[in-house]
Ligand binder design. Structure first.
Ligand code: NA7
Length: 567
């Protein structure tokens, strides 16, 4: 196939060094962008370029290199399935791989499939603009190079736009010591020896960072955790993988991948929860989810708590749907925190109180609560007086002033919509994604496209299962679907959803959340945008399950791209 087969030559004038003419411009070289490039090339769409702000591949796993950063999905499953030799050759060393191993895997894939020549690194997108007359997208970058393409595919991830609250900006401007955001951790680890370190935030990032820093991974130091909301974090049960486990997995990858694709969350969790579909010999200390906690009396519940500790929380099916059952489990969780954390005041402060278990993304940890028993770790409970300012010397709160040498901001991300709105995308009639989503939240058709933005696709966009699933499974499904669509677009000009199809899908995404703990009014999760002041409170991902969602997408194509208008 010739170069630029999708673009007509008369629409590509003024080609010069600062302008590149493409069939497809991909934004982001994380796991979605890398596979998108490979898939298009192997579908014989060759005139494709990836733009990447970082100097290397990996996306989320390139930027988030804080100590303790690791996957929360078993790595044998959080990996590509598109190439049999790749999954047979690559060997994961731990149940949930640490960031350096995942980044190494990303680099291995980039080398193995010769992707690097298709990626422009160190190039940040400043604006993406649709020219309606030419029917071409212009992607402007900070290197002054402009990419003109028929299609744009955003592969920007869901948790890539760091939340930078006022206190972060104050710290960057005023604080004499070191300011670090976990989502932008420096490549060379800083030395914390003899320093007073503050960690603000107890989401997954703060919870993973604390034990490593407290145990002196970056030097012996004193650590103060500033916590606004306590978490229901559970043990990750991470461990090195045995040769036998790895071999069993590799032998059974066909079954595992099929199971993932047809499942709700894209994970064959049967294994993770105890009984295994591919390695029955491996037993983890996890109870199977089968009972209802409401069927047990208090003595029976406490007996289970003695046996399983925090794991007991995972055992009960009714916890996700019944507030009463949820409350009972909250009490068991509180009891277990008190058993683990020796200081009663700290234990009380670390106990979640005002929201149900399971309404936020489940955080998993390695020795988070145990870290508070170390002599060099302190907790500041911000419910007793919040942060008022970051000064030259540290953190000023309503309960006193604390001096630090380092402040780590583990304050999360402008999730799901942030990575897209920050691209500054202008569609038909000058409309922007940020403008369209500002008041009522994200509106998409299938999380793949938006009305007013023809030929622009979003991999794992809002309205698709994305963060509610094993991202690798959802990425592969989206990339496969988009690539086939682009191939089918040969000889056609534009594809864009109809207003009716988009509205129907937005309503469906909203309808399937009803009754779920995830939308409980007391819950302030990033799924709902509740972590960003002023962001509309809308549940953003699709809860229908990856198996059902895949079928919907396949049906849409079978019915001649139902809900899309193609010209
Ligand atoms: P999260 O889960 O959004 O957690 C951010 C934490 O930072 C959370 O404890 C917040 O408290 C806290 N936070 C945010 N802003 C502030 C301010 N201004 N002052 C004090 N504390 C603050 O982000 P993570 O990076 O940990 O994890 C995100 C996802 O990445 C995670 O779910 C995994 O999927 C991977 P709050 O709860 O809002 O009171």
């Amino acid at each position: 196939m010739s170069r630029a087969f999708l673009l007509q030559p008369n629409k590509t004038s003024n080609n010069n060094n600062n302008e590149q003419i493409l069939d497809v411009c991909i934004i982001g070289a994380g796991f979605s962008g890398m596979y998108q490039l490979h898939k298009l090339r192997s579908s014989n769409v060759q005139n494709v370029k990836v733009i990447e702000a970082g100097s290397g591949v990996g996306g989320t796993w390139y930027w988030n290199r804080y100590p303790g950063c690791r996957c929360d999905v078993p790595s044998v499953e959080y990996s590509y399935s598109f190439n049999e030799e790749l999954q047979q050759d690559w060997t994961w060393t731990e149940m949930m791989a640490p960031q350096p191993e995942i980044e190494k895997y990303a680099n291995h894939v980039a080398d193995r499939f010769k992707l690097r020549d298709g990626i422009d690194f160190n190039t940040k997108v400043m604006k993406v603009e649709y020219n309606e007359q030419e029917k071409i997208w212009y992607t402007y970058t900070d290197t002054n190079k402009t990419y003109k393409s028929k299609f744009v595919i955003t592969c920007v991830g869901c948790l890539s736009n760091p939340n930078l609250p006022d206190i972060y900006h104050q710290s960057a401007a005023n604080f004499k010591g070191t300011t670090i955001h976990t989502g932008r951790w420096p490549k060379k680890n800083p030395d914390f020896s003899g320093k007073k370190v503050c960690i603000i935030g107890t989401g997954s990032s703060g919870i993973q960072t604390l034990p490593e820093v407290a145990n002196g991974k970056l030097g012996k130091c004193e650590v103060t955790v500033m916590q606004r909301t306590p978490q229901y974090t559970l043990p990750a049960n991470n461990h090195p993988l045995s040769k036998e486990y790895v071999n069993n997995t590799k032998k059974n990858y066909d079954r595992i991948r099929k199971f993932e694709r047809e499942s709700a969350a894209g994970i064959s969790l049967v294994d993770y929860l105890g009984g295994s579909i591919y390695s029955p010999d491996v037993q983890l200390p996890l109870p199977p989810i089968e009972d209802n906690i409401m069927d047990l009396n208090e003595d029976e519940r406490l007996a289970l708590l003695d046996k399983y500790g925090f794991e007991v929380i995972r055992k009960f099916a009714d916890v996700r749907v019944s507030e009463k059952a949820n409350k009972i489990v909250q009490d068991l969780f509180a009891k277990q925190v008190k058993r683990v954390v020796k200081d009663p005041v700290t234990a009380e402060a670390l106990t979640p109180k005002d929201y149900p278990l399971g309404c936020k993304r489940q955080v998993i940890d390695t020795n988070f609560f145990e870290a508070f028993n170390l002599p060099n770790v302190k907790l500041v409970d911000l419910t007793k007086g919040k942060i008022s300012a970051i000064t030259a010397n540290g953190v000023e709160t309503e309960q006193g002033t604390f001096d630090f040498d380092v402040i780590i901001f583990a304050v999360g991300f402008d999730a799901m919509t942030g990575p897209l709105t920050s691209l500054n995308i202008h569609g038909k009639n000058g409309q922007t994604i940020s403008g369209n989503w500002e008041k009522e939240g994200p509106k998409t058709y299938l999380g793949l496209q938006m009305v007013g933005f023809p030929n622009l696709f979003t991999v794992t966009g809002p309205g698709s299962p994305s963060v509610l699933s094993n991202m690798m499974v959802s990425i592969e499904q989206h990339v496969d679907w988009i690539s086939q669509t682009i191939v089918d677009m040969k000889g056609k000009e534009t594809i864009e959803p109809t207003v009716e199809a988009q509205e129907k899908w937005v309503k469906h995404v909203n309808d399937v959340t009803q009754g779920s703990m995830l939308v409980n009014p007391s819950c302030n999760s990033w799924y709902l945008g509740a972590n960003i002041p002023g962001k509309p409170r809308i549940f953003m991902p699709y809860l229908g399950g990856v198996g059902a969602y895949r079928e919907i997408c396949n049906e849409v194509r079978k019915e001649g791209y139902k809900g899309f208008q193609i010209s």
